[in-house]
Design a protein around this ligand. Structure first.
Ligand code: HEM
Ligand SMILES: *[C@@H]1O[C@H](CO)[C@@H](O)[C@H](O)[C@H]1NC(C)=O
Length: 489
């Protein structure tokens, strides 16, 4: 206990001292409380909206501080590109997050690894499966699952949310492990859902004191008020167990000669007798597919259903385009190039409601200077993707859904309406390695749904309006809608 008090005092002293000495040249930002800084001003939900408001006052390079850590928030296309892209060798690290990364163990997965050898290996493995050469194999899986989704939706349209969750879990488990799951109640799907819930719980912004006062991670689990230690330990155990189990099932299928093509099969074909260390890496990288690829895509598809229900005229136009290309058959991934209007609709889905509105936090180890401001060594660097995608100077009338904004002659306004996906999937050497997989899934599901159903009457389950919420990932409030078949499937 006395250690705790002493540590508190020391951090206050160190903090006050360093702040007075250096404050002058860091970028501007909202004035905060002594010691706590801006901790209480940053909302736990939709912080991107608050950051976007502050940026109107303080500019596109902002300094926010939470207890002893500096956060640099970048809110313009230019600032994000200058730092995260042009200086990507410097800005591609990740901050260490005590609760989620260290205690709950999520720090060992590619998306949260520090910039270095193991991170590079993880991305290389993922891109060995998610690439243009492998696309035909992936498309076959995506098309079959989308067709299955359409028939499930026809039988039971009110269950579109669990069907979507099944769909995404089922695509990623098939592609990663060659495991075929039949229903939302499947044991693997349920285990994945629990781990994803654990992840969003432990990454909930501002929920855990230990994230602001990292030394608290050393207090024992039995200590009064230390329930976060138990929450983290249990999440860690569940995640590790799932990662190992899925990999084991996949290997066993292969040992019995029943392997379908998959990420794990690809890796083991290349390296049939991995060392325990390699096996450990393979397990953690495999987990990224469901870890990073399912909730994100589900959320984009929920936005797609919502936008279709709220904009019947856009839906009719997209349906007309799909009908003209596919006739009576079901859509294929290769139809994408013939459906510019649907592609523009999907760009609006990403722009209006980016699923990862602040990307994932980057981190800079060494001090830097930008636009005359000092970026302190050890700062967390956040790109406000939401702010860029709603910047009226880039996207006129940013709050309206206008697919046509991407369809004009490109040379008329070359600087307007850039492809929102170049922001929505993140930046620099941390840019989403699953982008191709995600885009193909969004396309094939959107095209199949439009070919087969009319969507209308989105109504929130609770309250008056359907809002977007979330801490790291943004998703719409639960809603119901009418999904009526347009043809016999
Ligand atoms: C709509 C779907 C998706 C969206 C919007 C999305 C977006 C993002 C964003 C914004 C980041 C952070 C980039 C940064 O820090 O600058 C990211 C990272 C990542 N995504 Fe995705 N993603 C999606 C789907 C997927 C899928 C299907 C996979 C499957 C492989 C995936 C795997 C990853 C991984 C492994 C990372 C970490 C990359 C790193 O730290 O180097 N994502 N994604
Ligand atoms: C779908 O919507 C269109 C346009 O509102 C309408 O003409 C058509 O009858 C609808 N189809 C079904 C099966 O409800």
């Amino acid at each position: 206990m006395f250690d705790l008090i002493a540590l508190c005092l020391i951090s206050i002293l160190v903090y006050t001292f360093s702040r007075n000495r250096r404050q002058s040249s860091t970028p501007p930002g909202p004035r905060g409380l002594p010691f706590l800084g801006n901790a209480l001003q940053i909302p736990k939900e939709c912080s991107w909206l608050a950051f976007a408001e502050w940026a109107k006052i303080y500019g596109p390079v902002m300094h926010v501080h939470v207890i002893s850590s500096s956060i640099i928030v970048l809110s313009s296309r230019e600032a994000i590109s200058d730092l995260l892209e042009k200086k990507n060798a410097m800005y591609s690290d990740r901050p260490v997050i005590p609760m989620a990364g260290e205690l709950a163990g999520f720090g060992k997965y590619t998306a949260m690894l520090p910039y270095g050898q193991r991170h590079r290996e993880g991305r290389k493995l993922i891109l060995g499966t998610v690439n243009a050469r492998k696309a035909p194999e992936l498309h076959a899986i995506q098309e079959a699952k989308a067709a299955d989704f359409v028939s499930r939706l026809t039988r039971n349209p009110s269950e579109f949310r669990p069907h979507l969750r099944w769909l995404l879990a089922s695509i990623v488990l098939q592609i990663t492990y060659g495991i075929n799951v039949d229903s939302y109640d499947d044991a693997y799907v349920r285990a994945v859902e629990i781990v994803l819930n654990d992840f969003s719980e432990v990454t909930a912004p501002g929920a855990y004191l230990v994230d602001g006062l990292p030394f608290l991670k050393y207090i024992p689990e039995w200590f009064p008020g230390a329930s976060f230690k138990r929450i983290a330990r249990e999440a860690n155990e569940r995640a590790s167990q799932l990662v190992v189990n899925l990999y084991k099932v996949s290997r066993e299928q292969m040992d019995h000669g029943a392997a379908t093509p998959s990420f794990v099969a690809d890796i083991l074909a290349y390296n049939p007798s991995p060392t325990p260390e390699e096996e450990d890496l393979y397990q953690q990288v495999s987990a990224q597919f469901y870890g990073a690829g399912s909730d994100t895509t589900v959320s984009s598809l929920l936005s797609f259903f919502l936008i279709m229900a709220q904009h019947p005229e856009i839906q009719r136009k997209a349906q007309a385009e799909v009908d003209a290309i596919v006739g009576d058959r079901l859509p294929k991934c290769s139809d994408c190039k013939d459906m510019p209007y649907l592609e523009a609709v999907l760009k609006e889905v990403h722009r209006c409601n980016p699923v990862v509105p602040l990307a994932l936090p980057h981190h800079v180890r060494r001090e830097d200077v930008y636009a005359g401001f000092r970026i302190p060594a050890g700062s967390t660097v956040i790109a406000n993707t939401w702010a860029v995608l709603h910047d009226p100077a880039l996207y006129p009338r940013p709050d309206e859904v206008i697919p046509e904004r991407y369809l004009g002659k490109p040379d008329e306004h070359p600087d307007l309406n850039p492809d929102p996906r170049d922001f929505a999937f993140g930046y620099g050497r941390r840019v989403c390695p699953g982008r191709m997989l995600a885009e193909d899934t969004l396309f094939i599901v959107a095209a199949s749904v439009l070919a087969s159903f009319n969507i209308s009457d989105a109504v929130p389950l609770e309250g008056e309006t359907i809002e977007y919420r979330g801490g790291v990932l943004s998703h719409p409030d639960e809603f119901t809608c009418n999904i009526t078949p347009r043809r016999v499937v």
